[in-house]
Unconditional design. Structure first.
Length: 123
C-alpha cells in the first residue's frame, strides 16, 4: 500500500557573516512566541539537492564509517541519498526574533536555502 502526502515548506536555512539561522515565512512568525525558553530545537529539513530519481533509489552505502560493516543500509547512515530525503538535526538556539521570524542557530548540518520545518525540544 502506498500513501502519498505533501509537505509544506515554512521557511529556509540561511548562513552568512552573522551565522546560521532559520528564516520563517511571514505567516509563521507568531509560531515562535515563547520558543525563547528552549535551548535546542529539532529541525526537520529536506535534502533538496538529492530529490531526484537516482538519489531516491539508493538503499545501501559502501562502508561509510571506518569501523562499520562493508555495506550498510542507507537508513543506518547520514546519507543524503535515500528513498525519502528527510533529515533531522538537533540545533542549539542562539536567539529568537519573533518580529522578523528568525531563529538563530549555533550550527546546522544542512545546506544554505534548504527547505525545513521544526519541532521544539524541551529545555
Amino acid at each position: 500500500m502506498e500513501n502519498n502526502f505533501t509537505a509544506k515548506q515554512i521557511g529556509v536555512i540561511r548562513c552568512d557573516d552573522s551565522g546560521f539561522r532559520i528564516d520563517l515565512s511571514p505567516a509563521y512568525k507568531n509560531a515562535l512566541i515563547s520558543l525563547d525558553g528552549f535551548s535546542y530545537i529539532n529541525i526537520l529539513w529536506w535534502f533538496s539537492g538529492c530529490d531526484n530519481e537516482a538519489d531516491r533509489s539508493v538503499i545501501s552505502e559502501a562502508k561509510p564509517y571506518t569501523k562499520g560493516p562493508d555495506t550498510m543500509g542507507t537508513f543506518a547512515t547520514r546519507s543524503s541519498q535515500r528513498p525519502n530525503p528527510i533529515a533531522l538535526s538537533c540545533a542549539y538556539v542562539t536567539y529568537i526574533d519573533v518580529e522578523h521570524g528568525v531563529i538563530g542557530l549555533a550550527y546546522i548540518d544542512a545546506d544554505v536555502d534548504t527547505p525545513y520545518g521544526l519541532n521544539p525540544k524541551s529545555p
